[in-house]
Design a protein around this ligand. Structure first.
Ligand code: 13P
Length: 250
């Protein structure tokens, strides 16, 4: 049985003050979330503040991106070892915003996955198709290609050290959620691809759904057989919404 996981991707939002308020709100309602593991992924500059505020709670800390390089002359970059040092347990890699605005390729994402894993943290590997790709009926090919890059570099067994997040690009920040069946179909496809190589890994790996998840639609999404929780953008900036999502599902 896979434990449900709900991760908040705060993206480039927040301030010291707003983050303090948000975390107070989440901590105040934390007892109502019984089953799901919770993670919050603030911008790099707030990691220390958030790590401090989470101390002694069961909420884990995550980051939104990482360099694939271990250290050295890479101005503006942050290494996996630094994130581990700050107390991160999870790191998002391959978010569609990184892929589309900052040129993160499948290979670079695979190298980031490897760097996070080597540092002893869990990569949250994002995959997903654009609207154009869905309309061309190439969703499965796109997701398979994104997954294959990691499997080729690290092997399928490496996936059990991480988490996969299926985030259809057309559902991110648009208010247009994939239907539970659309999401389940892609989640089952992903699990099937992994099972074809290693059934035990496929059974174990958590596959999250992301894209306009809210308290109001989380129950139905997370009720699907292959959906093990969510990667939450906008709604994770609101404590009550984030907690409601945390309470949803299996
Ligand atoms: P929204 O929940 O705002 O659609 O964002 C989803 C996402 O990109 C999480 O990584």
């Amino acid at each position: 049985m896979r434990q449900p996981l709900v991760a908040g991707n705060w993206k480039m939002n927040g301030s010291k003050a707003s983050i303090a308020t948000l975390l107070d709100g989440i901590k105040a309602g934390l007892a109502s979330v019984e089953k799901a593991a919770l993670v919050v992924c603030p911008p790099f500059v707030y990691l220390e503040q958030v790590a401090e505020a989470l101390r002694g709670t069961r909420i884990a800390l995550g980051a939104q991106n990482v360099s694939h390089e271990p250290s050295g002359a890479f101005t503006g970059e942050v290494s996996a070892a630094m994130l581990k040092d700050m107390g991160c347990a999870y790191v998002i890699v391959g978010h569609s915003e990184r892929r589309s605005y900052y040129g993160d390729t499948d290979l670079l994402v695979a190298k980031k996955f490897a760097a996070v894993r080597a540092a002893g943290m869990k990569p949250i590997l994002c995959v997903g198709e654009t609207l154009e790709e869905r309309e061309k009926n190439v969703t499965e090919a796109v997701v398979a290609r994104q997954l294959a890059a990691v499997i080729e570099l690290e092997g399928a067994a490496a996936l059990q050290d991480g988490v996969i997040a299926y985030e259809p690009v057309w559902a991110i920040g648009t208010g247009r959620t994939a239907t539970p069946q659309q999401a389940q179909d892609v989640h089952a496809f992903i699990r099937g691809r992994i099972a074809a190589i290693d059934e035990a890994v496929a059974e174990k790996v958590q596959i999250l759904y992301g894209g306009s998840v809210k308290g109001a639609n989380a129950e139905e999404l997370f009720g699907q057989q292959d959906i093990d929780g969510g990667l939450i953008g906008g709604a994770s900036l609101n404590a009550d919404e984030f907690l409601a999502i945390g309470r949803a599902g299996r």
